[in-house]
Design a protein around this ligand. Sequence first.
Ligand SMILES: [Zn+2]
Length: 341
Amino acid sequence: MLNQLDQLEREALAQLAEAGDAAALEAWRVTYLGKKSRLMTILGDLGKLPPAERPAIGRRGNEVKRALEAAYAERVAALKQEELERSLTAAPLDVTLPGRPVEIGRLHPVTQTLREIYAVCAEMGFQVYRSREVETDEMNFQLLNIPPHHPARDMWSTFYTTVPGVILRTHTSPGQIRVMRAYCPEPIRVILPGMCYRYEQITARSEIQFTQVEGLAVGRHITMADLKGTLVEFARRMFGADRRYRFRASYFPFTEPSAEMDIECVICDGKGCPVCKYTGWVEILGAGMVHPVVLRNGGYDPDVYSGYAWGMGPQRITMLRYQINDIRYFWENDLRFLEQF
Ligand SMILES: [Zn+2]
């Protein structure tokens, strides 16, 4: 029996030296150290031996078991080391490879235009006033001189919430009432930027959601000449000092008199092209003197105070400047579009 153990040990160690990978090692472990291996069978059957032989066989059996376990652990470690060395020499890590560049984000083209508008208006003394996007019918229409059933409401179909009288604002103008009520009777010079909503068919020219920015000045002795002077200066700074402009009479319920301002087409320099419909002019904003009813609703006595307001669409201005022919690009989140700005 002792001879058998000696032989078993020699055989096992010889086999172990030849086990060259993880699978062979595992097979070796099952064969020589597994529950059904010869060694375990001998150790398990000690009780069947004559009592005189048991101590010597038991001691030797355990010696062999420990020797095999130690040899096995050593072999596993050695194989791991070999594998590591092989992987390091076969595919060396090249630390000089340049890293993958991280994409740098940028501002949305409309945000860029808005910031330019902020900068130009700030130089002229206008500060930004932020107003809410969810409004009441009263603020959005009635206080701006658009009573229920007024035909002008046709120009501003909107989204109604489930709360009666609460709507998504159709223009930034309700902010005029809010800022007047907040500052009355102080003079006001603000711009009101933000998102507006209209219930419209989405086409290349109209969206249900768009940005507007509106300007408002209220104080004593403000005249149409101030309105024109401010807007001409704004257009010069925004579109260039040499660009021609013109005012046309218009109608808005909340201004009187009302006007629209055109500039010489930035695409064709006034020669005529599809963008300006071959007129050489493109409309950039609507404006007017604040209607006395609106002034009164804001808390200002129209016999003492006067003011002017104007409003424009940064999307539209961005479209003009970059010859974008479809307003839907702004919300499509297509990087091929956005990365051009
Ligand atoms: Zn043109």
